[in-house]
Design a protein around this ligand. Sequence first.
Ligand SMILES: CSC[C@@H](O)[C@@H](O)C(=O)COP(=O)(O)O
Length: 365
Amino acid sequence: MKIDGRHYRTIFPAPDGEGICVIDQTRLPFAFETKTLRSEAEAAVAIRTMIVRGAPLIGATAAYGLALAMREDPSDRNLDGARTRLAATRPTAINLAWALDRVAGMLQPLSPGEREAASFAEAARIADEDVASCRAIGEHGAALIAAIARRKSGPVNVLTHCNAGWLATVDWGTALAPIYVAHDAGVAVHVFVDETRPRNQGAALTAFELNAHGVPHTVIADNAGGHLMQHGEVDLCIVGSDRTTSTGDVCNKIGTYLKALAARDCGVPFYAALPFSTIDWTLTDGVAGIPIEERDAREVTHLTGRTDDGAFATVAVVSPGSPVANPAFDVTPARLVTGIITERGVAEATPEGLLGLYPERRAAT
Ligand SMILES: CSC[C@@H](O)[C@@H](O)C(=O)COP(=O)(O)O
C-alpha cells in the first residue's frame, strides 16, 4: 500500500527495535497514525479494541504478540499463558488461532533462551507469507474481473462488504487485491463499497484505501446493494472471510449473507477471497460451528465521526432504552458462493473444490 507516496505494511518492526508498529485503524479515515506495541498486553489490546482488525492482520498481530511475550518472559508457563490470553481477544477469525498455533508449536521444543529470536523470525515469516498469498489472490481474482471486462463495455462494477483490503491484511488485501491488480493492469474497475454498519469499515477504511490507490468507487448504504443488483449495476461481488469451513461455508462481516442472497436472486456471481490461513478444516457446518462475536451495544447505539469544523464527535442514534443486539459476523452457506479465490487459484465452494487446491489436506481429513 502507498500512503502519500510512501510504501507501508500494516504491521512492521519498530525502527528502534523495541516493538511492533501498526496503523491505528480507529483513527482512519481522518488521521493516518502509527502506534508502537511494546508488550504482549499492548498487542492484545490492539486486537480487542480493533486498532488492528481483519482476519489475516489479527493473525499476524497475535504472532508478534507472542514474540513480545517471549521477550518479556520466555518460560513454558508464559508461552502457554500468552497463547491463551491472545487467543481470547477475538473469537471469530480463525487466523488468530492459526498463527498462535504455528508460533507456539515452533517454540515449544526450543529452550527459553532461543525463543525470543525464533518467535520474532516466525512472526515475520507469517507477515511475509501473508503478503505473498494476498498478492497471488489478487492475480487469480483479477483474471475473473478481466474476463468480465472482455464481455462488456464500461467498467466492471464490483460490490464489496466491510474492509478486506490492505488494512485487513499485511498488504494487498483479499477481496480488494483482485481489484488493485486489475486496476493496475489497466482494466476499468468501479467498486460499490457497502458502508458496513455498525462500525463502518467500508465507508471509513475501504473507501480510504480505494481513494489512496485511485480506484473509482461509490460508497453505498448497506441496504442499497440488492437494489443495485436488481438493476444490473453490479457485475460481481467479492468479499473477504474470517473463517471458511472445509465445505465452503463463508463467515464474514455481518450483512454478507444478505448480499449473497440478493446476488443469487439477481444472478450476480458471489466470490469470497481468502488465504489458506482462513480455512478451518475442522468444521463442515459454518452456521452451527463458527463462533460469532457479539460486540458492544454502543457500536449500534452511537456513531462517531468528524464534524464540519474538524472536531470528532460521538452521537446517539437509537431511541434511549431500546434493547440492542450486535452480532459482528454471519455465515453465507456454500450453496450461495460462486467460488473461493485463494492464493492457489479459484475453487468451487465444496469439499472437493477446496481439497483440489489443498491436496495435502486429504490425508488430514
Ligand atoms: C481480509 S479480511 C476478511 C475479513 O476479516 C473482513 O471482511 C472482516 O469481516 C473484518 O471484520 P473486523 O470486525 O473489521 O475485523
